[in-house]
Design a binder for this molecule. Structure first.
Ligand SMILES: [Fe+2]
Ligand SMILES: [Fe+2]
Length: 147
């Protein structure tokens, strides 16, 4: 498996959790649990992806700009997550904020899958793509256990 395949597996989980969350209503256990699951998933993925994909790319000529851009978007998603966490589940503002987060996530995943991965694919060696996949998956599993 390459790093790109490993990251895409996580992306599909995020898409599914985001859709599930948008289908919840009001102050319900489903909404509370759905938000916790999506938040954990996004945080664990961003951290493992930064450590085992973007940081290695930062060390390569041609990888700096895309890594900075992606890490800045992770930060923007963190802020949207924090804003949602501060909003009451029963608030009428909750769903629009959840939608804004889901749209930001989808935008980011699209940019990675249709832009950054192709550019990174030309910078990383074939062996490194496999090593990074193993490192990413190990970090993801570890972080999930402690999330
Ligand atoms: Fe990302
Ligand atoms: Fe990602």
């Amino acid at each position: 498996m390459t790093i790109f395949e490993a990251l895409r597996i996580s992306h599909e989980i995020q898409r599914e959790l985001a859709q599930q969350l948008l289908a919840t209503r009001g102050d319900s256990p489903e909404r509370e649990e759905g938000f916790t699951r999506l938040r954990n998933e996004l945080e664990v993925h961003s951290l493992a992806e930064e450590r085992h994909f973007y940081v290695p790319l930062l060390q390569l000529d041609g990888g700096v700009e895309l890594s900075r851009h992606a890490i800045a978007e992770h930060h923007e998603m963190d802020e949207l997550i924090e804003e949602l966490a501060q909003t009451a589940l029963s608030s009428p503002g909750w769903l629009p904020k959840a939608r804004a987060l889901a749209e930001k996530v989808e935008h980011h995943l699209g940019e990675e899958e249709h832009g950054f991965f192709q550019r990174a694919g030309k910078l990383l060696g074939e062996r490194q793509k496999k090593t990074l996949a193993q490192e990413y998956l190990r970090a993801y599993d570890e972080l999930k256990k402690s999330a």
